[in-house]
Design a protein around this ligand. Structure first.
Ligand code: AMP
Ligand code: GLY
Length: 427
């Protein structure tokens, strides 16, 4: 079958890397893709936020399945338009994508159906003085979140009343998150280790993939600003079979059932961001898509036909047996441009790939482009250097990823030195 994959990051490179293994794939198009995906299929330079041109492209090329990577086209209703035109889509409708795009919607659903999450209150910008009143009377720390999409930056942990009041002014008065901050959610601060779990679903049945952990902060030991993610590993040893069972029973199953019951069936990848508190796993966020960079370490561990998994979910009849995980570990370290997540320069030549002679290393491209046949940096996050080994040994996987990333060179290269350390310490 002909497949179109939407997106241009490391996540999409990793999805493409798995899709091309399938015997069912006739041709893969990546809209718009990057220098890494160009070797796995045909990149098509098209505006993925222009739904009608994506539809036209899919009709012209007789596309049988569209896989949508990023949240924005999902929230913009791309799945809805394609489905209305009889094209199968792996990715939720815009109303189901609200689970990520409107934190208040997700929190209310969780509360209504008793799904474990942090306690919360919410205020809109016209309730400024009520919100200030709440902040004066509550305890700290508290977590303030913009209701709408904010590219992973809309979460602020406030350790004091003063910090919280300043944050409120920044969001409601200075509009640092624009319209996404017209409403806020204020949450109880949860203490515990974090992990991410992906559930692939046809809206009723689901299959979880190996667990993972992201590293959101720019600096070692989780210091500095939040980023899109500086590295990941899979599986996360803190997700034991018992905890996974609890997450499936108390979180994934009820939220999918709830969405289906509310006539808002979720088809695609439900991302569960969790904190393992002393009272059990609680949801910190749901996303309506695969996480980046967790995807880069989770997908390579899967055996079987990943295209069949996504196609069966998109067709409403999940074939969970199409893939399996039978052991192995993976660590992805992101090579970024110095200055990220603030301003940084691009256009630097990337070298050193040829020095990495290791079949257990895959390099996923995040922000790269070719100029002729010279590879250049083209983003804040540039590459995801990923080890994939067959043993269950995160230490070995970590060492391999670091040996490889040290051979990559470009001006201003920056990477964290402690990816997966927590998993190794936890042993
Ligand atoms: P998010 O963008 O929702 O993934 O949040 C970014 C980060 O903020 C998370 O990875 C957590 O480390 C932290 N965080 C979010 N919500 C909470 C919470 N209620 N309690 C503690 N930490 C939180
Ligand atoms: N890795 C976190 C996210 O994709 O939102």
């Amino acid at each position: 079958m002909k497949v179109a994959l939407i997106g241009s990051g490391g996540r999409e490179h990793a999805i493409a890397y798995k899709l091309i293994d399938s015997d069912q794939l006739e041709k893969l198009y990546i809209l718009p893709g990057n220098a890494g995906t160009a070797r796995l299929g045909e990149n098509v330079n098209l505006d993925i936020n222009d739904n009608s041109s994506v539809l036209q492209f899919c009709k012209n090329r007789n596309i049988k399945l569209v896989v949508i990577g990023p949240e924005k086209p999902l929230v913009n209703g791309l799945s809805d338009l394609l489905r209305n035109n009889s094209i199968k889509v792996f990715g939720p409708s815009s109303t189901a994508a609200r689970i990520e795009s409107e934190k208040s919607y997700a929190k209310k659903l969780m509360k209504k159906y008793n799904i474990p999450t942090a306690d919360f209150v919410e205020y809109s910008s016209d309730e400024y003085s009520n919100a200030i009143g709440y902040l004066k009377s509550t305890t700290y720390p508290k977590v303030i979140k913009a209701n709408g999409l904010a590219a992973g930056k809309g979460v602020i942990i406030c350790n004091s009343k003063e910090e919280a009041e300043k944050t409120l002014i920044d969001i409601f008065k200075n509009k640092i998150f624009g319209k996404s901050g017209d409403k806020i959610v204020i949450e109880e601060f949860l203490v515990g280790d974090e992990a991410s779990i992906f559930a692939i679903t046809d809206g009723e049945k689901f299959e979880t993939l190996p667990s993972a952990q992201d590293h959101k902060r720019i600096g070692d030991n989780d210091t500095g600003k939040n980023t899109g993610g500086m590295g990941s590993y899979s599986p996360a040893p803190i997700i034991t079979p018992k905890i996974l069972g609890e997450v499936e029973e108390k979180i994934i199953s009820p939220i999918l059932c709830t969405l289906s019951k509310e006539n808002n069936k979720f088809i695609g990848c439900l991302y569960c961001g969790l904190i393992l508190t002393k009272d059990g796993p609680k949801v910190i966020e749901f996303n309506c898509r695969f996480g980046d960079p967790e995807t880069q370490s989770v997908l390579p561990l899967l055996e079987g036909d990943f295209l069949e998994l996504l196609y069966s979910a998109a067709s409403g009849s999940l074939n969970a047996k199409s893939i399996k995980y039978s052991g192995g570990s993976s660590v992805c370290v992101i090579a970024a441009s110095k200055g990220y997540p603030d301003s940084y320069k691009t256009g630097y030549r990337i070298t050193g790939f040829e020095k990495i002679n290791d079949p257990e290393i895959v390099i996923f491209h995040s922000g790269t482009k070719f100029k002729g046949n010279i590879l250049l940096t083209n983003g804040g996050r540039v590459l995801g250097v990923t080890s994939i080994i067959s043993e269950n040994n995160i230490t070995e996987a970590r060492n391999k990823a670091y040996n490889a990333i040290k051979k990559i060179q470009f001006t201003d290269i920056y990477f964290r030195r402690d990816i997966a350390s927590k998993a190794i310490e936890a042993k």
